[in-house]
Design a protein around this ligand. Structure first.
Ligand SMILES: Cc1cc2nc3c(=O)[nH]c(=O)nc-3n(C[C@H](O)[C@H](O)[C@H](O)COP(=O)(O)OP(=O)(O)OC[C@H]3O[C@@H](n4cnc5c(N)ncnc54)[C@H](O)[C@@H]3O)c2cc1C
Length: 441
């Protein structure tokens, strides 16, 4: 363990490996599990001092414990096929989701028939209906995510529900700049919700947001290092080597494969798999610089709170037209109160606000205006995560495909959320995509 409590597994001598994997996030760990299982000697390299990539937590001396994102896992995840030892470490939870709508109500996520549609009144209802009809007949041509959403729920409900504002807040760009391909792949729920039968059923049964059927789980209270430490221990037993805080400097092609230069030496391998940002990998290889692949910087605010909370749910999405924050997660609902105080993390996409101070001011103002927290709200800490996820602007998918094929021409396989510039909302999706990539061998 290092001073920060992270597990470290350092190389003792320079070695040659069958495969070097860049990045010790979910994609890198699953790739290592598959390749070690096939008898390869594997080295995983990461810039961070910890394993698990963007699964990062922070715990205060008093015992408050937060993550950079709202990290929820499931007991039927394919990740557990690779690392069954994780299951015993997860904490079973019963999360509930809500949404702050533009009318200032905490209501169902992602849409409420009662609060977003019926509450619009007779005039609002006829506007919703008219705008859906208009879109279906006159706005059939789609070239971006806004066109897609408008076609299904109409411009009026798109605005009234706050969905358009949330898309901008989440993806860091206006909905009309978001790639249509992403909408087709990842926003299908909008078309499902828009089916009249489904809406009618929801209205009649007044069903609350139905939770998933599998068991939901959070990481152990002690942090991700305990969770992924168990996976690392097994990989190490299978012969995988880890080099953390590596200081990766350069990747060069040799007659036998590759040489990877680190801050303290050079390692070689026949094969390199990269799960690090595609632009970083291109820079390390010295290939043509990659442009047009921007990523989100995420500011996460860690608060503790004592007083009256204006909502019941553990996770709230901000669909209102104001406030820069996008989601808050009440961790004390999962891990219990500390010193009789609740605690929660607030995710804010950097852009509209640029610093922790601005993000905090903006959140306090907006939460107070919407009656979310009445009492003593204390900022315990914060974290800034660069490269949190890709920005899917129009044309980014093509630029990413070009960059990945450029790396492939150099001999490097670039995969994963950052390596493939892929929308991977969950560790489940990251696992499946790595499995698919490795299956073709
Ligand atoms: C805010 C947020 C919330 C999320 N919530 C959930 C959730 O609730 N449930 C869920 O299942 N999933 C969630 N995810 C998604 C999940 O975390 C990702 O799908 C998955 O972690 C992607 O893994 P990866 O290995 O592809 O990428 P990453 O985790 O980003 O790993 C890439 C690794 O590359 C390393 N690296 C970068 N540059 C270099 C370099 N030059 N040399 C060496 N290494 C380098 C990084 O340090 C990092 O460790 C969330 C993600 C975020 C960002």
């Amino acid at each position: 363990m290092d001073d920060a409590g992270h597990q470290t597994y350092q190389l003792s001598t320079a070695q040659t490996f069958d495969v070097i994997i860049l990045g010790a996030g979910i994609s890198g760990l699953v790739a290592a599990s598959i390749l070690a299982g096939r008898g390869n000697s594997v080295l995983i390299i990461d810039e961070y001092a910890h394993v698990g990539g963007n699964h990062m937590d922070w715990t205060s001396s008093e015992g408050y414990t937060f993550d950079v994102g709202s990290l929820i896992f499931q007991d039927d995840s394919p990740l557990l096929k690779h690392f069954p030892e994780l299951l015993a470490h997860y904490v079973p939870i019963v999360p509930t989701w809500g949404r702050l709508n533009p009318q200032g109500q905490i209501t169902a996520y992602p849409i409420s028939v009662r609060d977003d549609i019926l509450a619009a009144g007779p005039i609002g209802l006829s506007r919703i209906f008219a705008s859906v009809l208009y879109a279906r007949f006159f706005q059939r041509r789609m070239s971006n995510a806004k066109d897609f959403a408008r076609y299904w729920i109409g411009a009026y409900l798109l605005h009234r529900s706050g969905l358009e504002t949330y898309m901008k807040r989440f993806y860091g760009i206006a909905a009309e700049e978001i790639d249509l391909d992403l909408a087709n792949k990842r926003m299908r729920w909008i078309s499902e919700y828009a089916s009249l039968i489904s809406l009618g059923r929801r209205a009649l049964t007044r069903k609350r947001t139905a939770g998933p059927v599998n068991r939901q789980m959070a990481r152990p209270k002690e942090g991700f290092s305990v969770l992924y430490g168990a996976a690392v221990d097994r990989l190490v037993r299978e012969g995988v080597t880890f080099k953390l805080s590596a200081g990766t400097r350069r990747i060069e092609k040799t007659a036998d494969g590759f040489e990877v230069s680190l801050s303290d030496g050079v390692l070689s391998s026949g094969r390199v798999i990269s799960t690090i940002p595609v632009a970083t990998a291109a820079r390390l290889c010295g290939t043509t610089p990659v442009c047009g692949l921007d990523t989100i910087t995420l500011i996460t605010l860690y608060f503790s709170f004592s007083g009256a909370r204006g909502f019941e749910q553990s996770i709230i999405y901000n669909f209102s037209h104001l406030g820069a924050w996008k989601r808050l997660t009440v961790y004390s609902d999962f891990y219990g109160h500390v010193n009789a105080r609740e605690y929660f993390a607030v995710e804010v996409v950097a852009g509209q606000v640029r610093s922790v101070e601005e993000a905090e001011d903006d959140f306090r103002r907006h939460a107070s205006a919407n009656g979310m927290f009445a009492g003593d709200l204390k900022l315990e800490n914060s974290q800034i995560l660069e490269n949190a996820y890709p920005i899917y602007s129009k044309g980014a998918a093509q630029s990413a495909a070009q960059a990945v094929s450029m790396l492939s021409a150099y001999g490097i396989e670039s995969l994963g959320r950052q390596g493939g510039f892929n929308y991977q909302p969950t560790a489940r999706v990251s696992t499946i995509e790595i499995e698919n990539a490795m299956r073709t061998e």
